[in-house]
Design a protein around this ligand. Structure first.
Ligand code: HEC
Ligand code: HEC
Length: 582
């Protein structure tokens, strides 16, 4: 509104100025016919400029930025998004493009052409998106595939985005079991906790739904320009963070009907669900606060910060947000409870924390992140927050990925080499899956056996490796394969479970097994018969606890465990109730 009124004021001022010029002419002794011609020329110069802008936009920009400038493959070109960019900066972007992105350079456009384009994109667009519009966009259709897809083991269900063909594949282990069409996928595919449905968001606000038993089930447009999407931990509500309109649309995941639109002021960095509470957390790129949505009441509360938290992830135990601030120049750890900063350090080269990898090694938790502009991965120890090492990778990359079943961090570095960093000693080696094909992103099957690597090219491939031995398992032709999302790895509730499994292997295995009795009772039995505080007490102090649990003698030694190790173990012990025969 404010912007519109400013531009209205500007155009009123322009009209007034024109009128004044007109008056001056009248007062002068210039011949009336000359006056007419001049005015006509004056008016048409502005019109010509506007027309030039429209025409050039249609020809050169609309395909990526959308005919209505509401954003498609590329961000919207509308005043709210360009507020902080000067005309000079916009001109430079248009003339030279944005390196390392899909924004091309336009060396063929003249300065006047560029000025006309800037004038156009400074004009307010026609953007509104109401709950009626959401509801009427909804297309719950009869399934594209008629028969049920024969998945055997949901944990190894992985969705693969093939951008070049606008397809999403559904894979189990090494096989592609189904494909459906969906374009502009952006911001992460989400699975319901029971694995019966998955949701695919697109950059221009569409959310597609795939039902495991039926196939592609329909879609709804939740906004005009989407940032990302979270699913409440019970799987019942979709929370769609949008930049246009600036809002979080909450939809019923079953009917795809809008339940509530929460308006926000600012550009949301991302929204993620918590696994420990019925909440989702979001931050802003440009507003110093954390927002928390209660996924039951759909109310939002805010915690103030002193700086915006831009690109972030939530630690596996839902306690801290680890993010960048000061436009990517500082890394910060913020306590989710009260917004207090528990750690801050200057960093270079834009860490890509949305896709940081977390792992457990020899009693400690670590995370690693790429820096989008520098050729290394930085490795940090968590909870006492210390930079362990900058590991040179030979090129700037985006993604660091790992799984408990692989000894490596799998890192891309902008060329055809895949960098593998040993988690034990941080030694680096590289493999070249296919000379000339750019390595992009790695995902793992839920059991961690298979690593899927995108070889990003129009004539690209999905390369499948044995994640432990690096044996080349299989190649599948794919056009511009990008993100891949495994059912287990992409659900936050499994993060502590998988880390807990690592702690168990290191500190409890041998005496305890998940479901079978060993020297001590099975975790399954423990989870079924004890309270969380009983389990906690026994882990940290068996001498004091065993008799309370009914043991005459204590044979379990006191084991050094940190608070986070016990948290992780607790998740793993609880999850053992679903396990069989291990
Ligand atoms: C091939 C796709 C493509 C085309 C064509 C294209 N752009 Fe872009 N443009 C992008 C992408 C992608 C970005 C975002 C880059 C990034 O990640 O920062 C972008 C970013 C921009 C930005 C910066 C936006 C901001 O918020 O800072 C401007 C301005 C811009 N484009 C203007 C134009 C204009 C004007 C044209 C036509 C002359 C055009 N673009 C054509 C893909 C495209
Ligand atoms: C050296 C063998 C040994 C190791 C290692 C060990 N335990 Fe135990 N644990 C036992 C035995 C034996 C008992 C039975 C009670 C006792 O002796 O105190 C037990 C009991 C327990 C119990 C209570 C059982 C009940 O009846 O509810 C829990 C919980 C437990 N262990 C958890 C762990 C965890 C978690 C670890 C790893 C951090 C671990 N233990 C490591 C041997 C071990």
């Amino acid at each position: 509104m404010a912007l519109q009124s400013i531009s209205t004021k500007r155009s009123l001022a322009r009209i007034r100025a024109k009128k004044e010029r007109q008056m001056n002419f009248r007062e002068s002794s210039v011949l009336p016919w000359l006056l007419c011609t001049c005015l006509a020329a004056l008016l048409s110069a502005a019109e010509v400029k506007a027309e030039t802008g429209e025409r050039l936009y249609k020809q050169n920009c609309a395909a990526c930025h959308h005919p209505d400038r509401i954003g498609l493959l590329a961000p919207p070109l509308l005043p709210p998004f360009l507020k902080r960019s000067s005309d000079e900066k916009l001109a430079k972007t248009i003339r030279d493009g944005l390196p390392a992105t899909q924004m091309p350079a336009f060396p063929g456009l003249s300065e006047e052409d560029i000025a006309a384009l800037i004038e156009l994109i400074r004009k307010p667009g026609k953007v509104s998106w109401s709950d009626e519009q959401i509801a009427s966009s909804s297309k719950l259709s009869s399934p594209e595939t008629s028969s049920a897809t024969p998945f055997k083991d949901l944990q190894n269900l992985t969705a693969v985005v093939e951008r070049g063909k606008s397809k999403v594949w559904l894979m189990e282990d090494e096989e592609v079991l189904d494909k459906f069409s969906f374009s502009g996928v952006h911001g992460g595919i989400k699975f319901t906790p029971d694995g019966s449905k998955l949701f695919v968001p697109s950059r221009d606000g569409w959310i597609g739904r795939y039902d495991i038993n039926k196939g592609f089930a329909g879609k709804v447009r939740a906004g005009v320009y989407l940032r990302n999407m979270a699913l409440s931990r019970d799987g019942k509500r979709l929370l769609v963070a949008c930049w246009l309109p600036s809002s979080i649309s909450i939809l019923d995941s079953d009917t795809l009907k809008p339940l509530k639109i929460i308006e926000v002021e600012g550009k949301i960095s991302a929204i993620y669900d918590l696994h420990s509470k019925d909440q989702a957390v979001f931050t802003f790129r440009d507003v110093p606060q954390i927002g928390i949505v209660d996924t039951n009441t759909m109310e939002v509360s805010y915690t103030k910060l002193d700086e915006p938290l831009e690109d972030f992830f939530i630690d596996p135990f839902d306690r801290y947000l680890v993010g960048t601030s000061r436009h990517g120049k500082a890394m910060r750890v913020v306590d989710l409870k009260d917004g207090s900063v528990v750690f801050e350090q200057e960093v270079d080269g834009l860490p890509h924390l949305f896709s940081a990898a977390v792992w457990y090694q020899d009693g400690e938790f670590f995370f690693a992140t790429s820096h989008m502009r520098l050729p290394y991965v930085s490795v940090w120890r968590m909870y006492d927050w210390a930079l362990v090492k900058k590991v040179p990778t030979g090129g700037a990359g985006y993604f660091v990925r790992t799984h408990g079943a692989t000894p490596y961090l799998w890192v891309d570095r902008g060329n055809d080499e895949l960098v593998l960093i040993d988690k034990q000693d941080l030694a680096v080696k590289t493999i070249t899956p296919e000379p000339g094909l750019k390595v992009l992103h790695t995902e793992f099957s839920g059991d961690g056996r298979v690593a899927y690597v995108s070889l990003f090219d129009k004539e690209g491939q999905l390369a499948l490796y044995d994640a432990a031995t690096l044996k080349d398992l299989k190649r599948i032709p794919a056009s511009l394969p990008v993100g891949k999302y495994n059912f287990i790895n992409k659900q936050r509730r499994y993060d502590p479970v998988m880390l807990g499994e690592q702690v168990f292997m290191k500190k409890c295995w041998g005496c305890h097994h998940p479901t079978k009795e060993a020297f001590g009772p099975s975790f399954k039995t423990i989870a079924e018969t004890r309270t969380e505080s009983e389990i906690w007490a026994q882990i940290v102090n068996p001498e004091a606890s065993h008799s309370g649990l009914g043991y005459k003698r204590n044979s379990m030694p006191r084991i050094q465990v940190s608070f986070e190790e016990v948290k992780a173990l607790m998740s793993f012990i609880k999850e053992s109730t679903h396990a069989e025969n291990i």
